[in-house]
Design a protein around this ligand. Structure first.
Ligand code: ARG
Length: 593
Protein backbone atom coordinates (compact mmCIF):
# COMPACT_ATOMS: atom_id res chain seq x y z
CA UNK A 1 0.00 0.00 0.00
CA UNK A 2 1.13 3.56 -0.67
CA UNK A 3 2.39 5.17 2.51
CA UNK A 4 0.24 7.98 3.88
CA UNK A 5 3.07 10.46 3.86
CA UNK A 6 2.38 13.88 2.58
CA UNK A 7 5.40 15.42 0.93
CA UNK A 8 5.01 18.43 3.19
CA UNK A 9 6.28 19.21 6.65
CA UNK A 10 9.67 18.64 8.18
CA UNK A 11 11.61 15.45 7.61
CA UNK A 12 11.08 14.57 11.26
CA UNK A 13 7.37 14.96 10.74
CA UNK A 14 7.45 12.73 7.68
CA UNK A 15 9.40 10.05 9.53
CA UNK A 16 6.90 10.38 12.38
CA UNK A 17 4.07 9.74 9.94
CA UNK A 18 5.77 6.56 8.76
CA UNK A 19 6.42 5.46 12.32
CA UNK A 20 2.76 6.15 13.16
CA UNK A 21 1.72 3.73 10.42
CA UNK A 22 4.11 1.13 11.74
CA UNK A 23 2.86 1.59 15.31
CA UNK A 24 -0.70 1.08 14.18
CA UNK A 25 0.33 -2.24 12.64
CA UNK A 26 2.57 -3.25 15.55
CA UNK A 27 0.34 -2.43 18.50
CA UNK A 28 -3.16 -1.90 17.09
CA UNK A 29 -4.68 -1.88 20.56
CA UNK A 30 -2.61 1.04 21.84
CA UNK A 31 -3.08 4.65 20.79
CA UNK A 32 0.38 6.09 20.91
CA UNK A 33 2.16 9.15 19.55
CA UNK A 34 5.33 8.41 17.61
CA UNK A 35 8.52 9.49 19.38
CA UNK A 36 11.07 10.39 16.74
CA UNK A 37 14.36 12.17 17.30
CA UNK A 38 17.47 12.90 15.35
CA UNK A 39 19.78 9.96 15.91
CA UNK A 40 22.44 10.51 18.51
CA UNK A 41 24.54 7.48 17.53
CA UNK A 42 26.17 6.62 14.24
CA UNK A 43 23.82 3.83 13.19
CA UNK A 44 21.08 5.98 11.83
CA UNK A 45 19.89 9.42 10.89
CA UNK A 46 16.67 9.43 12.89
CA UNK A 47 15.54 7.12 15.64
CA UNK A 48 12.22 5.96 16.98
CA UNK A 49 12.08 5.63 20.78
CA UNK A 50 8.64 4.13 21.28
CA UNK A 51 9.58 0.57 22.16
CA UNK A 52 10.56 1.07 25.83
CA UNK A 53 7.45 3.05 26.70
CA UNK A 54 5.23 0.54 24.93
CA UNK A 55 6.90 -2.30 26.77
CA UNK A 56 6.11 -0.86 30.17
CA UNK A 57 2.63 0.11 29.04
CA UNK A 58 1.85 -3.08 27.11
CA UNK A 59 3.06 -5.55 29.72
CA UNK A 60 -0.31 -5.95 31.37
CA UNK A 61 -2.35 -5.77 28.20
CA UNK A 62 -1.39 -9.19 26.96
CA UNK A 63 0.96 -8.28 24.10
CA UNK A 64 3.01 -11.15 22.90
CA UNK A 65 6.37 -9.42 22.84
CA UNK A 66 9.16 -10.97 24.87
CA UNK A 67 11.01 -7.75 25.57
CA UNK A 68 11.29 -4.12 24.37
CA UNK A 69 13.85 -5.13 21.76
CA UNK A 70 11.23 -7.39 20.17
CA UNK A 71 8.82 -4.46 19.99
CA UNK A 72 11.57 -2.42 18.33
CA UNK A 73 12.12 -5.23 15.81
CA UNK A 74 8.43 -5.25 14.98
CA UNK A 75 8.31 -1.47 14.60
CA UNK A 76 11.28 -1.64 12.24
CA UNK A 77 9.73 -4.46 10.24
CA UNK A 78 6.35 -2.76 9.97
CA UNK A 79 7.69 0.49 8.59
CA UNK A 80 5.92 0.87 5.24
CA UNK A 81 7.99 0.34 2.14
CA UNK A 82 8.77 3.74 0.67
CA UNK A 83 11.51 5.76 -0.95
CA UNK A 84 12.32 7.74 2.22
CA UNK A 85 13.93 5.04 4.32
CA UNK A 86 16.85 2.96 3.20
CA UNK A 87 17.06 0.68 6.21
CA UNK A 88 16.12 0.37 9.85
CA UNK A 89 17.88 -1.55 12.59
CA UNK A 90 17.29 -2.05 16.29
CA UNK A 91 19.80 -1.30 19.01
CA UNK A 92 19.86 -2.08 22.72
CA UNK A 93 16.49 -2.00 24.45
CA UNK A 94 14.56 -1.27 21.28
CA UNK A 95 15.86 1.95 19.71
CA UNK A 96 14.91 1.82 16.07
CA UNK A 97 17.65 3.45 14.03
CA UNK A 98 16.48 4.73 10.70
CA UNK A 99 18.80 5.42 7.79
CA UNK A 100 17.44 7.77 5.15
CA UNK A 101 17.84 6.95 1.51
CA UNK A 102 20.56 9.05 -0.09
CA UNK A 103 18.63 9.49 -3.28
CA UNK A 104 15.57 10.69 -1.38
CA UNK A 105 17.66 13.25 0.50
CA UNK A 106 19.19 14.40 -2.78
CA UNK A 107 15.81 14.65 -4.41
CA UNK A 108 14.40 16.66 -1.53
CA UNK A 109 17.23 19.17 -1.89
CA UNK A 110 16.84 19.42 -5.62
CA UNK A 111 13.07 19.90 -5.31
CA UNK A 112 13.72 22.77 -2.95
CA UNK A 113 16.15 24.34 -5.41
CA UNK A 114 13.57 24.15 -8.18
CA UNK A 115 10.43 25.04 -6.23
CA UNK A 116 11.82 27.37 -3.59
CA UNK A 117 12.62 27.22 0.09
CA UNK A 118 8.97 27.79 1.01
CA UNK A 119 8.42 24.12 0.21
CA UNK A 120 10.48 23.45 3.34
CA UNK A 121 8.12 25.29 5.65
CA UNK A 122 7.18 23.20 8.68
CA UNK A 123 3.53 22.56 9.48
CA UNK A 124 2.63 24.03 12.87
CA UNK A 125 -0.50 23.16 14.84
CA UNK A 126 -1.60 26.79 15.02
CA UNK A 127 -3.12 29.18 12.50
CA UNK A 128 -3.16 32.59 14.12
CA UNK A 129 -0.73 34.06 16.62
CA UNK A 130 -0.71 37.40 18.40
CA UNK A 131 2.85 38.48 18.97
CA UNK A 132 3.10 41.32 21.46
CA UNK A 133 6.59 42.76 21.23
CA UNK A 134 8.71 45.90 21.32
CA UNK A 135 5.98 47.80 23.22
CA UNK A 136 7.89 50.83 24.51
CA UNK A 137 6.28 53.48 26.66
CA UNK A 138 5.30 56.85 25.25
CA UNK A 139 7.57 59.69 26.27
CA UNK A 140 9.80 57.39 28.22
CA UNK A 141 13.04 56.10 26.87
CA UNK A 142 13.03 53.22 24.44
CA UNK A 143 15.86 51.37 26.10
CA UNK A 144 17.97 48.40 25.08
CA UNK A 145 15.42 46.13 26.72
CA UNK A 146 12.95 47.32 24.12
CA UNK A 147 15.59 46.74 21.46
CA UNK A 148 15.86 43.13 22.62
CA UNK A 149 12.11 42.73 22.60
CA UNK A 150 11.95 44.20 19.10
CA UNK A 151 14.66 41.96 17.70
CA UNK A 152 13.49 38.74 19.37
CA UNK A 153 9.84 39.46 18.60
CA UNK A 154 10.52 40.24 14.96
CA UNK A 155 12.46 37.01 14.48
CA UNK A 156 9.71 34.96 16.08
CA UNK A 157 7.20 36.68 13.81
CA UNK A 158 9.30 35.93 10.74
CA UNK A 159 9.66 32.27 11.70
CA UNK A 160 5.92 31.86 12.20
CA UNK A 161 5.15 33.70 9.00
CA UNK A 162 7.54 31.47 7.10
CA UNK A 163 5.63 28.52 8.58
CA UNK A 164 2.37 29.86 7.12
CA UNK A 165 1.01 31.02 10.46
CA UNK A 166 -0.84 34.31 10.45
CA UNK A 167 0.91 36.68 12.82
CA UNK A 168 -0.70 39.77 14.32
CA UNK A 169 2.36 41.84 15.19
CA UNK A 170 1.22 44.00 18.07
CA UNK A 171 2.98 46.99 19.54
CA UNK A 172 1.42 47.27 23.00
CA UNK A 173 2.78 50.75 23.64
CA UNK A 174 2.34 52.33 27.05
CA UNK A 175 0.20 55.22 25.84
CA UNK A 176 -2.17 55.49 28.78
CA UNK A 177 -1.56 56.23 32.40
CA UNK A 178 -1.01 58.91 34.95
CA UNK A 179 2.20 60.24 33.41
CA UNK A 180 0.08 61.87 30.72
CA UNK A 181 -1.34 64.37 33.16
CA UNK A 182 2.01 65.96 33.76
CA UNK A 183 3.07 65.68 30.13
CA UNK A 184 -0.06 67.45 28.96
CA UNK A 185 0.16 70.24 31.53
CA UNK A 186 3.80 70.73 30.71
CA UNK A 187 2.99 70.92 27.02
CA UNK A 188 0.38 73.61 27.67
CA UNK A 189 2.82 75.53 29.82
CA UNK A 190 5.90 75.28 27.60
CA UNK A 191 4.25 75.52 24.21
CA UNK A 192 1.10 77.63 24.39
CA UNK A 193 0.85 77.32 20.61
CA UNK A 194 1.30 73.52 20.74
CA UNK A 195 -1.52 72.87 18.33
CA UNK A 196 0.30 74.51 15.44
CA UNK A 197 3.66 72.92 16.17
CA UNK A 198 5.16 70.14 14.14
CA UNK A 199 6.61 67.25 16.08
CA UNK A 200 10.18 68.47 15.56
CA UNK A 201 9.54 71.72 17.43
CA UNK A 202 9.00 69.99 20.74
CA UNK A 203 12.35 68.29 20.41
CA UNK A 204 13.40 65.25 22.29
CA UNK A 205 10.52 63.70 24.19
CA UNK A 206 12.74 62.08 26.75
CA UNK A 207 14.14 65.45 27.72
CA UNK A 208 10.59 66.76 27.74
CA UNK A 209 9.52 63.91 30.00
CA UNK A 210 12.34 64.56 32.44
CA UNK A 211 11.63 68.26 32.64
CA UNK A 212 7.94 67.68 33.23
CA UNK A 213 8.71 65.13 35.90
CA UNK A 214 10.96 67.59 37.64
CA UNK A 215 8.22 70.22 37.50
CA UNK A 216 5.77 67.66 38.89
CA UNK A 217 8.03 66.75 41.79
CA UNK A 218 8.94 70.30 42.72
CA UNK A 219 5.73 72.26 42.37
CA UNK A 220 2.66 71.21 44.31
CA UNK A 221 0.38 73.46 42.30
CA UNK A 222 1.61 71.91 39.02
CA UNK A 223 1.19 68.45 40.47
CA UNK A 224 -2.37 69.29 41.33
CA UNK A 225 -3.09 70.48 37.81
CA UNK A 226 -1.42 67.40 36.35
CA UNK A 227 -3.61 65.11 38.41
CA UNK A 228 -6.69 66.94 37.27
CA UNK A 229 -5.47 66.69 33.70
CA UNK A 230 -5.51 62.91 33.99
CA UNK A 231 -9.13 63.01 35.04
CA UNK A 232 -10.04 65.41 32.25
CA UNK A 233 -8.20 63.28 29.69
CA UNK A 234 -9.91 60.12 30.82
CA UNK A 235 -13.22 61.98 30.88
CA UNK A 236 -12.66 62.57 27.17
CA UNK A 237 -12.30 66.36 27.20
CA UNK A 238 -11.44 67.49 23.69
CA UNK A 239 -8.43 69.69 24.39
CA UNK A 240 -6.85 67.02 26.57
CA UNK A 241 -7.44 64.28 24.05
CA UNK A 242 -5.83 66.42 21.38
CA UNK A 243 -2.76 67.09 23.52
CA UNK A 244 -2.49 63.39 24.34
CA UNK A 245 -2.68 62.54 20.66
CA UNK A 246 0.04 65.04 19.86
CA UNK A 247 2.38 63.57 22.45
CA UNK A 248 1.73 60.04 21.20
CA UNK A 249 2.36 61.15 17.66
CA UNK A 250 5.76 62.60 18.50
CA UNK A 251 6.70 59.43 20.29
CA UNK A 252 5.46 57.29 17.45
CA UNK A 253 7.65 59.18 14.99
CA UNK A 254 10.68 58.46 17.14
CA UNK A 255 9.87 54.76 17.49
CA UNK A 256 9.14 54.44 13.80
CA UNK A 257 12.62 55.65 12.94
CA UNK A 258 14.09 52.76 14.88
CA UNK A 259 11.69 50.26 13.33
CA UNK A 260 12.61 51.53 9.91
CA UNK A 261 16.32 51.11 10.58
CA UNK A 262 15.73 47.60 11.86
CA UNK A 263 13.26 46.78 9.09
CA UNK A 264 10.61 45.71 11.57
CA UNK A 265 6.87 45.81 10.89
CA UNK A 266 4.53 46.42 13.79
CA UNK A 267 0.95 47.42 14.25
CA UNK A 268 0.34 49.74 17.14
CA UNK A 269 -2.49 48.80 19.44
CA UNK A 270 -1.50 50.55 22.60
CA UNK A 271 -2.87 50.29 26.10
CA UNK A 272 -5.40 53.03 25.34
CA UNK A 273 -7.00 50.82 22.71
CA UNK A 274 -8.09 48.27 25.31
CA UNK A 275 -9.21 50.82 27.88
CA UNK A 276 -12.88 50.82 26.82
CA UNK A 277 -13.02 47.04 27.22
CA UNK A 278 -11.78 46.96 30.80
CA UNK A 279 -15.10 47.59 32.62
CA UNK A 280 -16.98 44.83 30.83
CA UNK A 281 -14.13 42.36 31.22
CA UNK A 282 -13.82 43.07 34.94
CA UNK A 283 -17.59 42.82 35.21
CA UNK A 284 -17.46 39.29 33.78
CA UNK A 285 -14.67 38.27 36.13
CA UNK A 286 -16.55 39.79 39.01
CA UNK A 287 -19.73 37.90 38.21
CA UNK A 288 -17.67 34.71 38.28
CA UNK A 289 -16.73 35.63 41.83
CA UNK A 290 -13.06 36.06 40.99
CA UNK A 291 -12.66 39.68 42.05
CA UNK A 292 -12.51 40.63 45.71
CA UNK A 293 -12.11 43.77 47.74
CA UNK A 294 -8.78 44.08 49.52
CA UNK A 295 -7.46 47.11 51.34
CA UNK A 296 -9.55 49.41 49.24
CA UNK A 297 -8.44 47.91 45.95
CA UNK A 298 -10.14 45.28 43.80
CA UNK A 299 -8.00 42.21 43.38
CA UNK A 300 -7.82 38.62 42.20
CA UNK A 301 -6.23 36.16 44.60
CA UNK A 302 -4.09 33.64 42.80
CA UNK A 303 -2.90 30.34 44.11
CA UNK A 304 0.80 30.19 44.76
CA UNK A 305 1.19 33.94 44.99
CA UNK A 306 1.58 35.90 48.22
CA UNK A 307 0.17 39.13 46.89
CA UNK A 308 -2.99 39.31 44.81
CA UNK A 309 -3.26 40.72 41.30
CA UNK A 310 -4.62 44.25 41.62
CA UNK A 311 -7.11 45.05 38.86
CA UNK A 312 -8.62 48.28 40.19
CA UNK A 313 -6.39 50.57 42.19
CA UNK A 314 -7.48 52.21 45.41
CA UNK A 315 -8.19 55.45 43.57
CA UNK A 316 -10.52 53.57 41.24
CA UNK A 317 -8.10 53.67 38.31
CA UNK A 318 -7.19 50.76 36.09
CA UNK A 319 -3.62 49.53 35.76
CA UNK A 320 -1.20 47.44 33.74
CA UNK A 321 -2.89 44.19 34.82
CA UNK A 322 -6.44 45.29 34.07
CA UNK A 323 -5.29 46.46 30.65
CA UNK A 324 -3.58 43.15 30.00
CA UNK A 325 -6.68 41.21 31.01
CA UNK A 326 -8.82 43.26 28.63
CA UNK A 327 -6.23 42.88 25.87
CA UNK A 328 -6.13 39.13 26.35
CA UNK A 329 -9.90 38.95 26.26
CA UNK A 330 -9.87 40.94 23.01
CA UNK A 331 -7.16 38.81 21.45
CA UNK A 332 -8.99 35.61 22.28
CA UNK A 333 -12.53 36.65 21.46
CA UNK A 334 -12.28 39.32 18.79
CA UNK A 335 -9.02 38.50 17.08
CA UNK A 336 -9.49 34.80 17.68
CA UNK A 337 -5.82 34.12 18.22
CA UNK A 338 -4.82 30.64 19.31
CA UNK A 339 -1.47 31.54 20.72
CA UNK A 340 -0.72 34.86 22.40
CA UNK A 341 2.96 35.54 22.92
CA UNK A 342 4.48 38.37 24.95
CA UNK A 343 8.11 39.39 24.60
CA UNK A 344 9.47 41.35 27.59
CA UNK A 345 12.35 41.17 30.02
CA UNK A 346 12.25 38.39 32.62
CA UNK A 347 11.57 40.99 35.29
CA UNK A 348 7.91 40.92 34.25
CA UNK A 349 7.56 37.18 34.58
CA UNK A 350 5.52 37.35 37.76
CA UNK A 351 3.03 39.74 36.18
CA UNK A 352 2.49 37.40 33.25
CA UNK A 353 2.37 34.34 35.41
CA UNK A 354 -0.33 35.90 37.57
CA UNK A 355 -2.59 37.21 34.87
CA UNK A 356 -2.29 34.01 32.83
CA UNK A 357 -3.44 32.15 35.93
CA UNK A 358 -6.31 34.60 36.39
CA UNK A 359 -7.37 33.93 32.80
CA UNK A 360 -7.28 30.19 33.47
CA UNK A 361 -9.37 30.63 36.60
CA UNK A 362 -11.91 32.45 34.45
CA UNK A 363 -11.96 29.53 32.02
CA UNK A 364 -10.51 31.53 29.13
CA UNK A 365 -7.58 29.17 28.74
CA UNK A 366 -7.26 25.42 29.22
CA UNK A 367 -4.88 23.95 31.77
CA UNK A 368 -1.38 24.06 30.23
CA UNK A 369 -0.93 20.40 31.11
CA UNK A 370 -3.52 19.57 28.48
CA UNK A 371 -1.22 21.08 25.84
CA UNK A 372 -4.17 22.57 24.02
CA UNK A 373 -4.88 25.86 22.35
CA UNK A 374 -5.58 28.66 22.98
CA UNK A 375 -2.50 29.31 25.01
CA UNK A 376 -0.35 32.16 26.22
CA UNK A 377 3.42 32.35 26.56
CA UNK A 378 5.77 34.84 28.08
CA UNK A 379 9.03 35.07 26.16
CA UNK A 380 11.33 36.49 28.80
CA UNK A 381 14.85 37.72 28.17
CA UNK A 382 17.80 38.79 30.28
CA UNK A 383 19.57 42.10 30.65
CA UNK A 384 21.98 43.71 28.25
CA UNK A 385 25.20 44.39 30.12
CA UNK A 386 28.06 46.73 29.40
CA UNK A 387 31.75 45.78 29.53
CA UNK A 388 31.71 46.71 33.24
CA UNK A 389 29.15 44.01 33.93
CA UNK A 390 26.51 46.59 34.79
CA UNK A 391 23.39 47.50 32.88
CA UNK A 392 24.42 48.68 29.43
CA UNK A 393 24.79 52.45 28.96
CA UNK A 394 26.66 54.48 26.39
CA UNK A 395 29.50 56.73 27.48
CA UNK A 396 28.29 59.74 29.40
CA UNK A 397 24.58 59.75 28.70
CA UNK A 398 22.46 57.57 30.84
CA UNK A 399 20.25 56.40 28.00
CA UNK A 400 21.24 54.31 25.03
CA UNK A 401 19.94 55.72 21.79
CA UNK A 402 19.16 52.82 19.57
CA UNK A 403 19.75 54.78 16.43
CA UNK A 404 23.23 55.76 17.60
CA UNK A 405 24.00 52.18 18.46
CA UNK A 406 23.16 50.95 14.99
CA UNK A 407 25.05 53.84 13.42
CA UNK A 408 28.14 52.96 15.35
CA UNK A 409 27.92 49.31 14.34
CA UNK A 410 27.66 50.39 10.75
CA UNK A 411 30.54 52.84 10.78
CA UNK A 412 32.79 50.37 12.55
CA UNK A 413 32.04 47.66 10.04
CA UNK A 414 32.59 50.15 7.23
CA UNK A 415 36.05 51.14 8.38
CA UNK A 416 37.05 47.51 8.77
CA UNK A 417 35.77 46.71 5.32
CA UNK A 418 37.59 49.69 3.80
CA UNK A 419 40.82 48.73 5.47
CA UNK A 420 40.65 45.17 4.26
CA UNK A 421 39.73 46.15 0.71
CA UNK A 422 42.54 48.67 0.60
CA UNK A 423 45.05 46.12 1.85
CA UNK A 424 44.18 43.50 -0.71
CA UNK A 425 43.78 46.04 -3.51
CA UNK A 426 40.15 45.19 -4.15
CA UNK A 427 38.76 48.57 -3.29
CA UNK A 428 38.56 49.43 -6.99
CA UNK A 429 35.88 46.77 -7.48
CA UNK A 430 33.48 48.48 -5.10
CA UNK A 431 31.09 51.36 -5.66
CA UNK A 432 30.29 53.75 -2.81
CA UNK A 433 26.74 52.48 -2.83
CA UNK A 434 27.94 48.89 -2.40
CA UNK A 435 30.24 49.87 0.44
CA UNK A 436 27.43 51.65 2.19
CA UNK A 437 24.87 48.87 1.75
CA UNK A 438 27.32 46.18 2.77
CA UNK A 439 28.49 47.89 5.93
CA UNK A 440 24.91 48.53 6.90
CA UNK A 441 23.92 44.90 6.36
CA UNK A 442 26.97 43.65 8.23
CA UNK A 443 26.75 46.18 11.07
CA UNK A 444 23.03 45.93 11.78
CA UNK A 445 23.12 42.19 11.29
CA UNK A 446 25.89 41.95 13.87
CA UNK A 447 23.81 43.76 16.49
CA UNK A 448 20.82 41.54 15.87
CA UNK A 449 22.74 38.29 15.74
CA UNK A 450 24.68 39.03 18.95
CA UNK A 451 21.35 39.37 20.68
CA UNK A 452 19.67 36.36 19.10
CA UNK A 453 22.41 33.76 19.33
CA UNK A 454 22.34 33.52 23.13
CA UNK A 455 19.72 31.67 25.02
CA UNK A 456 17.40 34.63 25.50
CA UNK A 457 17.03 34.08 29.24
CA UNK A 458 20.67 34.79 29.99
CA UNK A 459 22.07 38.29 30.30
CA UNK A 460 24.41 39.22 27.52
CA UNK A 461 27.30 41.61 27.30
CA UNK A 462 27.10 44.16 24.56
CA UNK A 463 30.46 44.46 22.84
CA UNK A 464 31.07 45.95 19.42
CA UNK A 465 34.47 44.28 19.23
CA UNK A 466 32.99 40.87 19.81
CA UNK A 467 29.97 41.16 17.57
CA UNK A 468 31.98 42.66 14.70
CA UNK A 469 34.74 40.07 14.84
CA UNK A 470 35.03 37.90 11.74
CA UNK A 471 35.94 34.88 13.84
CA UNK A 472 33.72 32.63 15.89
CA UNK A 473 29.97 32.54 16.00
CA UNK A 474 29.21 36.04 14.75
CA UNK A 475 27.08 37.48 11.98
CA UNK A 476 30.21 38.82 10.31
CA UNK A 477 31.75 35.36 10.15
CA UNK A 478 28.51 33.99 8.73
CA UNK A 479 28.24 36.76 6.17
CA UNK A 480 31.75 35.89 5.01
CA UNK A 481 30.89 32.21 4.87
CA UNK A 482 27.86 32.93 2.72
CA UNK A 483 29.70 35.36 0.44
CA UNK A 484 32.45 32.77 -0.05
CA UNK A 485 29.92 30.21 -1.26
CA UNK A 486 28.52 32.77 -3.67
CA UNK A 487 31.99 33.38 -5.03
CA UNK A 488 32.59 29.65 -5.53
CA UNK A 489 29.43 29.54 -7.60
CA UNK A 490 30.51 32.60 -9.59
CA UNK A 491 33.90 31.03 -10.28
CA UNK A 492 32.43 27.96 -11.89
CA UNK A 493 31.80 28.00 -15.61
CA UNK A 494 28.58 26.10 -15.12
CA UNK A 495 25.17 27.68 -14.97
CA UNK A 496 23.56 26.84 -11.64
CA UNK A 497 20.10 27.82 -12.78
CA UNK A 498 20.30 25.32 -15.58
CA UNK A 499 21.82 22.65 -13.34
CA UNK A 500 18.93 22.91 -10.91
CA UNK A 501 16.67 21.49 -13.58
CA UNK A 502 18.98 19.29 -15.62
CA UNK A 503 21.62 18.28 -13.08
CA UNK A 504 21.62 15.66 -10.38
CA UNK A 505 22.76 15.75 -6.78
CA UNK A 506 24.65 12.71 -5.60
CA UNK A 507 25.76 12.34 -2.01
CA UNK A 508 28.55 9.84 -2.51
CA UNK A 509 31.22 11.34 -0.28
CA UNK A 510 30.51 11.08 3.49
CA UNK A 511 30.88 14.85 3.91
CA UNK A 512 28.39 15.41 1.12
CA UNK A 513 25.92 13.14 2.83
CA UNK A 514 26.38 14.86 6.20
CA UNK A 515 25.87 18.26 4.61
CA UNK A 516 22.82 17.09 2.67
CA UNK A 517 21.21 15.60 5.77
CA UNK A 518 21.82 18.76 7.73
CA UNK A 519 20.32 20.90 4.98
CA UNK A 520 17.07 18.97 4.99
CA UNK A 521 16.80 19.40 8.77
CA UNK A 522 16.06 23.06 8.16
CA UNK A 523 12.28 22.68 8.52
CA UNK A 524 12.42 20.87 11.83
CA UNK A 525 14.81 23.48 13.20
CA UNK A 526 12.35 26.24 12.39
CA UNK A 527 9.63 24.07 13.86
CA UNK A 528 11.59 23.65 17.09
CA UNK A 529 12.49 27.35 17.28
CA UNK A 530 8.80 28.24 16.92
CA UNK A 531 7.53 25.60 19.31
CA UNK A 532 9.97 26.59 22.06
CA UNK A 533 10.09 30.27 21.09
CA UNK A 534 13.88 30.14 20.88
CA UNK A 535 15.56 32.08 18.06
CA UNK A 536 18.93 30.83 19.34
CA UNK A 537 18.07 27.40 17.95
CA UNK A 538 18.09 28.85 14.44
CA UNK A 539 21.38 30.70 15.06
CA UNK A 540 22.99 27.50 16.22
CA UNK A 541 21.79 25.72 13.13
CA UNK A 542 23.11 28.45 10.86
CA UNK A 543 26.50 28.35 12.50
CA UNK A 544 26.71 24.55 12.39
CA UNK A 545 25.66 24.58 8.77
CA UNK A 546 28.50 26.90 7.85
CA UNK A 547 30.93 24.64 9.71
CA UNK A 548 29.63 21.59 7.89
CA UNK A 549 29.96 23.37 4.61
CA UNK A 550 33.58 24.19 5.41
CA UNK A 551 34.30 20.53 6.10
CA UNK A 552 32.65 19.52 2.85
CA UNK A 553 34.51 22.19 0.91
CA UNK A 554 37.85 21.23 2.45
CA UNK A 555 37.43 17.56 1.57
CA UNK A 556 35.50 17.74 -1.66
CA UNK A 557 36.85 19.70 -4.58
CA UNK A 558 34.08 21.60 -6.33
CA UNK A 559 35.24 23.69 -9.29
CA UNK A 560 37.16 21.63 -11.84
CA UNK A 561 36.24 18.24 -10.38
CA UNK A 562 34.21 15.54 -12.15
CA UNK A 563 31.54 16.02 -9.46
CA UNK A 564 31.31 19.73 -10.15
CA UNK A 565 27.64 19.76 -11.28
CA UNK A 566 26.39 17.94 -8.21
CA UNK A 567 28.66 19.78 -5.80
CA UNK A 568 27.76 23.14 -7.23
CA UNK A 569 24.12 22.35 -6.47
CA UNK A 570 25.08 21.54 -2.89
CA UNK A 571 26.84 24.91 -2.69
CA UNK A 572 23.76 26.62 -4.03
CA UNK A 573 21.46 24.78 -1.62
CA UNK A 574 23.67 25.76 1.31
CA UNK A 575 23.63 29.38 0.19
CA UNK A 576 19.85 29.33 -0.19
CA UNK A 577 19.32 27.86 3.27
CA UNK A 578 21.79 30.28 4.84
CA UNK A 579 20.03 33.21 3.20
CA UNK A 580 16.71 31.98 4.47
CA UNK A 581 18.15 31.77 7.99
CA UNK A 582 19.42 35.34 7.60
CA UNK A 583 16.02 36.39 6.41
CA UNK A 584 14.31 34.89 9.46
CA UNK A 585 16.85 36.56 11.72
CA UNK A 586 16.17 39.91 10.06
CA UNK A 587 19.68 40.07 8.61
CA UNK A 588 20.35 41.23 5.06
CA UNK A 589 22.76 38.80 3.38
CA UNK A 590 25.64 40.14 1.33
CA UNK A 591 26.94 38.40 -1.78
CA UNK A 592 30.43 39.76 -1.90
CA UNK A 593 32.77 40.65 0.91
N1 ARG B 1 5.22 48.69 27.92
C1 ARG B 1 5.75 47.60 28.65
C2 ARG B 1 7.18 47.91 29.10
O1 ARG B 1 7.83 48.75 28.55
C3 ARG B 1 5.75 46.30 27.88
C4 ARG B 1 4.39 45.81 27.45
C5 ARG B 1 4.39 44.35 27.14
N2 ARG B 1 3.11 43.86 26.71
C6 ARG B 1 2.08 43.64 27.49
N3 ARG B 1 0.95 43.25 26.95
N4 ARG B 1 2.15 43.76 28.80
O2 ARG B 1 7.66 47.29 30.02
Amino acid sequence: AAPAVQGAGSVKQQISNLVALSLRATVPEVDVEPIVEVCTGKFGDYQCNNAMGLWSKGKGSGTSFKNPNAIGQAIAKNLPACDVIESASVAGPGFVNIVLSKSWVAKRIQDMLVNGIKTWAPILPVKRVVLDFSSPNIAKEMHVGHLRSTIIGDTLARMFEFSNVEVLRRNHVGDWGTQFGMLIEFLFEKFPNWEELGSQAIGDLQVFYKASKQRFDEDAEFKDRAQQAVVRLQGGEEKYRAAWKKICEISRNEFDQVYKLLDVQLEEKGESFYNPYIPQVLEKLSSQGLIEESEGARVIFIQGHQIPLIVVKRDGGFNYASTDLAALWYRLNVEKAEWIIYVTDVGQQQHFDMFFKAARMAGWLPDPKEKKFPKTSHVGFGLVLGADGKRFRTRSTEVVRLGDLLDEAKSRSKSELLQRLTENGKIVDWTDEELEQTSKAVGYGAVKYADLKNNRLTNYTFSFDQMLSDKGNTAVYLQYAHARICSIIRKSNMDVEELKVSGNISLAHPDERVLGLYLIRYAEIVEEACTNLLPSVLCEYLYNLSEMFTRFYTNCQVVGSPEEPSRLLLCEATAVVMRQCFQLLGITPVYKL
